[in-house]
Structures are given as structure tokens and as C-alpha cells.
Design a protein around this ligand. Sequence first.
Ligand code: CU
Length: 158
Amino acid sequence: MIGFRISAAFARVHRGLCFLHTKCQAGTAAKCAALLAAPFLLALTACSRTPTYSGPPNLVLHILMKKWAIVPNRIEIPQNAHVELVVSTADVEHGLAVPGLAINEPVQPGKPAVIRFLALKPGVYPMHCSILCGRGHDQMIGAIVIEPNPAPNQPSGR
Ligand SMILES: [Cu+2]
């Protein structure tokens, strides 16, 4: 009886929390626990933060968002730069999203967004507009490229 009550309560909690599917068919407690854990694991991975720094930036870059482009659409940054992006819009509200750097900032007309991050890991990080702004919204794409620093002992030139 107690077991039944616990499992009924567990099922109620599970139904309340499980948003991965509409009709939960989890039959066993183990399956149910796995389903309950999934949203928390997703939440943990979604919580990755933009690496940041203290003090003044050593690289300030201006980005203009407009119907329907991000200007410039390719931004090259040396590894370990203390970056400040000043993002403005020429027309309506847009949003600058760089998922690989955990950046997603709305940009409102007349109010540039200031985004600071530490360019830690070399790579190509696609960026796009994250606020539906009209028919050309999908064209608002680009990339931030973090260039690896040469090894300190590497000879430069020929
Ligand atoms: Cu948009």
C-alpha cells in the first residue's frame, strides 16, 4: 500500500516535470528516474557560461545588425584576447547569438549591447540573429573565428 502511494506520488511528480514527451509511457521506476534526470542534465549543459575577464578589454569590436545582415559577418579574434563586442542595430530589434560561446543578447535600437568575453578556445563559432525580425531573418548569419596563438618558440617568417 505504501509502495503504491509512493509510486503514485512519484508518477504525479514525474508527469508534472516530464516535458520531453506528452504521453509518458515510463513503466518502471528506473525508466522514470532516467526521464526525470534528463531535463536536469539538459539544464546543466545549457548553463555553460561565457568565459569572461576582469579589467579593461584589449580588443573592442563594433558589430552592426540590420535587415538582413550582420556587419561584419566574419570576425577574427586572436586567442586569449579580452574582447568587448559593441553591438548596435540600424533598424529594428535584433539579437546576437553565438551558441558556441554561450552568447545571446537582444539589441535594441538606440541601445547598443556590450558583450564581454575571453577568447579562450580557438575555433569557428557561428553567429546568427536570435530575434525574429522579418522575412530575411534567416540570412542574418556569420561567424566569430578565434585564431590560435602561435607557439611561443615558433620562429616567425621564413
Ligand atoms: Cu532576426
